[in-house]
Every structure is written in C-alpha cells, then in structure tokens.
Design a protein around this ligand. Structure first.
Ligand SMILES: [Zn+2]
Length: 234
C-alpha cells in the first residue's frame, strides 16, 4: 500500500517540500477583510448562513467530525463551543475536503476534523486564556478558522474511525507538532503526517509548519472574519 501511495503522491510531495516556507503560526496573517461581520439570530439551515458557510457533514457525511472545543477535554480545559456545535466551513473548503475524502477512501482511509469555523467570540476566550501568538491567534486580527477557511484534521481508518498514529495528539503545543520534527517520532507517524500533508496540499490546502493538524485553504484571504455564535448547534 505504501509503495503505491508514495508513487501516487510523489508529485504533490515535491509540492509540499517547495511549500516549506510556510507561515510560522496560525496567528500570523494579513488583516485583509476589514472588520468582522457580526451576525445575530441566524437560523441553522445552511442556506441561511452568511458567507456561504456550509455544514461539512451535509456536504460529505462520511467525513468524521469530533470537536474537542465542544467538550471540556481540550487545551483550555473548559468547554468553548456550545454542546452540539457542528462543523461549518466555507463551501469551497467543504468541496475540497469532499474530494480528499473520496481520494482517501479507496485506500481504506478517511478524514476526521477537529475544528473548522470558529466564532470570533471563542477566539477571544482562547486569547484570554492563552495570550501567546505562538499558540493562539490574536482576536484583534482573527484566525483563519474565524474565516471558515481552515481545518484541524487527521487521518482515520475508514472502517472503524480509528485515528492513524501521528507525532503528537491534537493541540499538543510542542516542537514535536512541527512538520520539521523527526527525532523521537516513530516512522509510522512520520509516514502518516506526510500522507496527510500530501493529500491536503494536492487538493488545495496549505500546511502550517508548527501544527501537523492545521491546514489553511489556499485563497483564505478572500474571506472575511465572521462572528456567528451559538446558532451553529444541532
Ligand atoms: Zn487550526
């Protein structure tokens, strides 16, 4: 399987290497887009959502979604999203993720998404807890997640949803989470990290060097920051 996979991905692998000059952190980006758009009383039906946000699992229900921020089991040690929060992203990002899922399935693999659109109000809470731009984007500038144009994602086995081994758990803010990290990481985890990056970049996302799980949609700059809050629940 790995030989076939590597042959398949060799082209996009060289892309990945050439993309090594990546932004250091999710926290860093231009301020294109201006002031955040605040939207209140938005109905949950996806056709009413602003900015062409769509529910990821409405586009492809086979993509697994688990949002640690909707539980207390996350870096903040508290629930940041309302119970039942769903995963929304811009339609263009959802369509790319759909393509990636379809590409992975013949290999017996799939995607599991930990975060997509993140309300600006949650970004402010995160910043209050961890005011360090190495780990959390400053809400004054917003995160690409606040634009619905970034996902935190890993690979799973298609049949049972078991996560593939990666160098660290999600939101492990250590050097081991970097795409550059090699030392002390099992070869299997390095292969999985490489496969995830190769597939995501093949279909129009770009890796964040410091976090193996974070991907920005190429072209995220065209999307404004949105502040849609607790309406995004079941
Ligand atoms: Zn992220």
């Amino acid at each position: 399987l790995w030989q076939a996979l590597c042959a398949l991905l060799v082209v996009c692998a060289s892309c990945a290497v050439s993309n090594a000059r990546l932004n250091k952190s999710d926290a860093q980006f231009s301020q294109a887009g201006g002031a955040p758009q605040t939207v209140q009383n938005v109905r949950v039906q996806q056709q009413t959502l602003p900015g062409d946000l769509v529910e990821l699992q409405a586009v492809n229900p086979r993509i697994r979604v688990f949002l640690p921020y909707a539980t207390a089991n996350n870096f903040a040690k508290q629930q940041l999203y309302p119970t039942g929060m769903r995963c929304f992203v811009r339609r263009s990002a959802a369509e790319k993720l759909d393509s990636i899922q379809r590409f992975l399935e013949p290999m017996g693999l799939g995607l599991k998404v930990f975060d997509g659109y993140r309300p600006l109000s949650v970004q402010k809470k995160m910043w209050a807890l961890v005011p360090d731009e190495n780990y959390v984007a400053n809400p004054a500038k917003g995160s690409r997640h606040n634009r619905g144009a970034a996902v935190d994602v890993t690979l799973v086995r298609l049949n049972d949803g078991e996560e593939l081994l990666m160098p660290t758990p999600f939101d492990d803010f250590t050097d081991k989470a970097s795409h550059r990290a090699v030392e002390g990481i099992p070869a299997e985890a390095l292969r999985n990290r490489f496969l995830l990056r190769s597939v995501m970049e093949k279909f129009g996302f770009r890796a964040l060097l410091s976090e193996w799980w974070h991907y920005d949609e190429i072209g995220w700059e065209r999307y404004d920051i949105l502040d849609i809050d607790s309406v995004l629940v079941r």
